[in-house]
Structure formats: structure tokens, C-alpha cells
Design a protein around this ligand. Structure first.
Ligand SMILES: Cc1cc2nc3c(=O)[nH]c(=O)nc-3n(C[C@H](O)[C@H](O)[C@H](O)COP(=O)(O)OP(=O)(O)OC[C@H]3O[C@@H](n4cnc5c(N)ncnc54)[C@H](O)[C@@H]3O)c2cc1C
Length: 511
């Protein structure tokens, strides 16, 4: 297919972009071009499910970094992001959890018509072929194959037992009726190998005449018609040269929560005053672009084991617990992951034969922003998640540590437990524990929200994912989440891309 002009251009072959491209290209005869900054040939470490940490700080990682976080001991946080076909799905922890039904109902209540749980459930079902089979909640004929692991690690089983002993209930499927409880994760792993979105959804398209993918090409800005109201195409850098491609129908930005707002702002869509200061011509004054940045945070409670921990079977984390930090609350706000290795905690050096119980906050209240440092597309943006700005996030992490310690001290783990090494016995009082949280809390790699979907003046896209103030442009990725889902964000990002294709086609699962 010649690429001077196509019907649809999708920018970014990450989790959402791959899902959108797959559904669009297989549902229409229109020509679809997927353009990706990174390479299309995946290295061995993508395929091997256990070697994903090697992807961090490699050439396949954008290697972003936040500004100093004043409520988190003045630290800068590394923010890895996949730069490869598959995007973050090629380097993530492969946990596949949708979030709670109430997450999506909340979106609908905020004005995102068509995004309530009953609607998105249909999208998830049409995406998936679940092993062992379909049900009211699980699909059986979609292109994605999430599954539970076949061989469970005895330490994961002991951790589940420990949580049950502490009064939490067993949840046989987090992606079904409700999220609360303890149980086994769905994983994007088959026969010990990662199933990234490029392999699952893009490889099958390569034989189609109406689809092409251009890799190693960085989109530098969007192009508009003379009136400046309709997007006409893109400018990109490929092999050291700038080139343009036109879109006869639409351009869809799927560059992720950090790069989608950056690309909009570089193209003149964003807070007018901020853009003018940098000498960028304003195409549309959309104040919400880059705002509402938020992320999940986690912190490790680590135990040295008294018996050798067998090497991981498949994944470093196989099971988790969703719980409420306050029993009066109706929603789970803590996700506790069970991990067979010592979690990295700044300031600590636990023995290698250790395991971790890792509480994370999944309903963070703190909000930050992404702003441009310059009008140069090669210059990184200023990333400020404003971690722990809201005291409620600190309180929730402290409660998560308490719950993790209860589980860690349960009888079911007595055969494994030697002693707690992080944060350790010196953190019995509240003040030292707070200090531990601020100085050791880590990102969960789930930034979202920077091109917020909604109907208010702070929104960037409407519920059809169309960008305010211009025509022919949508955003469909993790950046559109008005509020983060209360579980790991990959499944929700895939669903957003999938539903985005349905919206473009005028066909979606809520019809
Ligand atoms: C280390 C790590 C571990 C994680 N673990 C899990 C997990 O176990 N489970 C889970 O659910 N979630 C996990 N996540 C989060 C999850 O993977 C992401 O939320 C999800 O993949 C986001 O999808 P996306 O499509 O919005 O963005 P991405 O997947 O980041 O895709 C964006 C794509 O756009 C490309 N791009 C960006 N700018 C340009 C440009 N200018 N031109 C061309 N292309 C561009 C990028 O290279 C990338 O391929 C993890 C993330 C990381 C980084």
C-alpha cells in the first residue's frame, strides 16, 4: 500500500493502538496505517515472560523521568514506557485485570455516555477468548487470550491462604462479578511466553491489503487544513528526514498517557496561554490537555524466607488481593500483589531469598500535570504526577501496609517467613512509617488521565473520543480515562482502543 495518503492514521502501536488497528482494519475495506516510533521486530526478551525487567532502561524504553516530587522525599521517579510495536504491553508485568464495574459506572456518571460497566463489559467480552471458556462475563471468540496460570507456585498458594486466614474472601475471577477478594490473576502469557499486543493483534493483519505499519517513525506534529479546524495528516521523522502522510478520514492518537497530550500540545491543541509562551500557534484552546495526570503507587513489605524460594514458574506475580482500606467504603481502594522476589525499595537492600507483599493504592486522589518544556518535538515534557499531594493517598498506603503485615504474619506463611526486612522492626511508630512511605513509595507504571474524556470544560475528548475544537481527530488510549480504573491499566487501555474503533465505525458493543 502506498503511504502518501490513507483513510485512517493511527499514531502509536501500544496496547490501545494495536487493539484499535486490529478492529478497524478487520471491519472495513478502508486503508489503515499504524505508525510507531519504535521497532517492529521484537527482541527475545519481549518473548520470554520472565525477562521483562531487562526491557527497562533498554533501547525499547522511552526512559522518561518525573520532576522532583516534593511530597515524596524530593525524589525523581523513573517512568518506563514501551517504544516498540506492542508499546507497554511488550514490557509490562502481563497481569490482565479489567478493574471494578464501579470504575466504569463512575465514568458514565461523569458524563461519559456509553462507557458504563454494562457497555464496556460487552467490549471486553468481544475482545477476549477466555480460557477455560466464555460466560456472562467472559468472551469466547475474541482475538485476545488471557488465562490463569496452569502451574501455581507454592508461595503464591500460601499467600492466598494467609489472606483467607485474615478474613478476606476468595475471588475465583477478578474479571467477573466483582473485584473484591483474594485470588489468581489472569495473565497475558501462553506456554511461558509473553503475549504482547503486537503479536496478538498486529501480526495477523500483516497479510491484509488495507493495513500497513510504519515503524521507527516518530510523529512530530499533526497537520491541519488552511482554516486550522480539520486535521489533514501528520508530519513524522523517519531515517533522519521529515515527511508527511495525509489522512482522508481521521487521525487517531494512541501515543499513551505521556505522549498523546505532548503531541496535541506540540500541534497547537492545549492550554492557549502555555502554548503561546513557547511560541506555538494555537489551533484550539483546550485547557485540559496534560492535566489530570494520575497514577497508582505501591510500596513493598518484604520478608526474608527461611526456606529457599523455588524459581518463578511463569510470572513474578501470580495472585493478589483487592480490599477496602475503610470497611465503610463501597469500593476497593487497595490492591495487594504477592510477589516471589524482594521488591526494590529505595534505601533498602533485602536478601535475595525474600518475598514481597506489595500494597498499592488504586483510587489515588492526587493529580498532577504534563507541560511542554519547549516547542521542540525532541525535547521531553515536564512530568509532574504530584505524588502524595493528597494526604488521603498517604493514609491509604499506610493502611495497605498494615493489611500486608497482617497477611505477612499469618500462620499460613509460618513455614516461609524468617523475618520482615522492609520496612522492618524500626518502623513501628506512625511517624517513621510515614517517612518510609514518602521515601520508598514507587510508581506502578500506570499513568493515565491526561486527555480526559468527558463533557465538561476540563475534558479533552468527548465520549466518542473526538478532540474538542477540531475535526477529524480522536484520542484513544490510557490518557482518556477520566479517573483511573482500580486495577492494573493494560486491559482497560486495550478496551479503550477496541471501543474507539467501534465508535469510528459507528458500531459498538453497546448498540
Ligand atoms: C514496566 C511496566 C509494567 C506494567 N505492568 C502492567 C501489568 O502487569 N498489567 C497491566 O495491566 N498494566 C501494566 N502496565 C501498564 C500498561 O501496560 C499500560 O497502562 C498500557 O500498556 C498503556 O497503553 P497505551 O496504549 O495507552 O500506551 P502505550 O502502550 O505506552 O503505547 C503508546 C505507543 O505510542 C508510541 N508513541 C509514542 N509517541 C509516539 C510518536 N510521537 N510517534 C509514534 N509513536 C509514538 C510508543 O512508542 C508506544 O508504542 C505496566 C507498564 C509498564 C511500563
Amino acid at each position: 500500500m502506498a503511504v502518501g495518503s490513507v483513510d485512517y492514521i493511527i499514531i502509536g502501536a501500544g496496547s490501545s493502538g494495536c487493539a484499535l488497528a486490529h478492529r478497524l482494519a478487520t471491519s472495513t475495506i478502508a486503508s489503515v496505517l499504524l505508525i510507531e516510533a519504535g521497532p517492529g521486530v521484537l527482541p527475545h526478551m519481549v518473548r520470554d515472560a520472565s525477562s521483562w525487567p531487562l526491557m527497562l532502561k533498554s533501547e525499547y524504553d522511552w526512559q522518561y523521568r518525573t520532576v522532583r516530587q516534593k511530597h515524596s522525599a524530593d525524589r525523581e521517579f523513573d517512568w518506563p514506557r514501551g517504544r516498540i510495536v506492542g508499546g507497554c504491553s511488550a514490557m509490562n508485568g502481563m497481569v490482565y485485570l479489567r478493574g471494578a464495574p464501579s470504575d466504569y459506572d463512575e465514568w458514565e456518571q461523569q458524563g461519559c455516555r456509553g462507557w458504563g460497566y454494562q457497555n464496556v463489559l460487552k467490549e471486553f467480552r468481544s475482545l477476549e477468548s477466555y480460557h477455560p471458556g466464555g460466560s456472562k462475563y467472559r468472551g469466547d471468540s475474541g482475538p485476545l487470550h488471557p488465562r490463569k496460570i496452569a502451574t501455581q507456585h507454592p508461595l503464591s498458594s500460601a499467600m492466598i491462604e494467609a489472606a483467607l486466614e485474615c478474613g478476606h474472601r476468595l475471588n475465583p475471577d477478578f474479571n467477573a462479578v466483582a473485584i473484591e477478594g483474594v485470588g489468581w490473576n489472569d495473565l497475558m502469557i501462553k506456554d511461558g511466553r509473553r503475549v504482547d499486543l503486537g503479536t496478538a493483534l498486529i501480526d495477523p493483519l500483516r497479510i491484509r491489503d488495507n493495513f500497513s505499519v510504519l515503524t521507527d517513525a516518530v510523529v512530530t506534529r499533526l497537520l491541519f487544513d488552511r482554516a486550522g479546524t480539520r486535521v489533514r495528516g501528520i508530519e513524522h521523522e523517519y531515517g533522519g528526514q521529515l515527511a508527511t502522510i495525509l489522512a482522508d478520514q481521521e487521525v487517531i492518537v494512541c501515543a499513551g498517557a505521556l505522549d498523546s497530550p505532548r503531541l496535541l500540545m506540540l500541534s497547537g491543541i492545549g492550554p492557549a496561554a502555555e502554548l503561546e509562551k513557547l511560541g506555538i500557534d494555537v489551533v484550539a484552546d483546550v485547557p485540559g490537555v496534560g492535566k489530570n495526570l494520575h497514577d497508582h503507587l505501591l510500596i513493598g513489605v518484604v520478608y526474608e524466607a527461611k526456606v529457599p524460594i523455588a524459581p518463578i514458574n511463569v510470572n513474578v506475580t501470580e495472585a493478589c488481593l483487592f480490599a477496602r482500606s475503610d470497611p465503610r467504603s463501597t469500593q476497593c481502594d487497595v490492591e495487594i500483589s504477592f510477589v516471589h522476589e524482594p521488591m526494590f525499595s529505595p534505601g533498602f537492600n533485602p536478601p535475595s531469598n525474600s518475598y514481597s507483599i506489595i500494597p498499592g493504592i488504586v483510587k489515588p486522589q492526587s493529580r498532577g500535570s504534563i507541560t511542554l518544556a519547549s516547542s521542540d518535538p525532541a525535547s521531553p515534557a515536564i512530568l509532574d504526577p504530584n505524588y502524595l499531594h493528597d494526604e488521603a493517598d498517604l493514609r491509604c498506603l499506610l493502611r495497605g501496609i498494615e493489611m500486608s503485615r497482617e497477611i505477612g504474619m499469618a500462620d499460613a506463611l509460618s513455614e516461609w517467613r524468617l523475618r520482615e526486612v522492609v520496612p522492618g522492626p524500626r518502623t513501628a511508630d506512625k511517624e517513621t512509617l510515614e517517612q518510609f512511605v514518602r521515601s520508598s513509595v514507587c510508581t506502578w507504571f500506570h499513568p493515565v488521565g491526561t486527555c480526559k474524556m468527558g463533557i465538561g470544560s476540563d475534558s479533552v475528548v468527548d465520549p466518542e473520543l473526538r478532540v474538542r475544537g477540531v475535526e477529524g481527530l480522536r484520542v484513544a488510549d490510557a490518557s482518556v480515562m477520566p479517573s483511573i480504573v482500580s486495577a492494573n491499566t493494560n486491559a482497560a487501555s486495550i478496551m479503550i482502543g477496541w471501543r474507539g474503533a467501534g465508535l469510528i465505525l459507528g458500531r459498538h458493543e453497546s448498540d
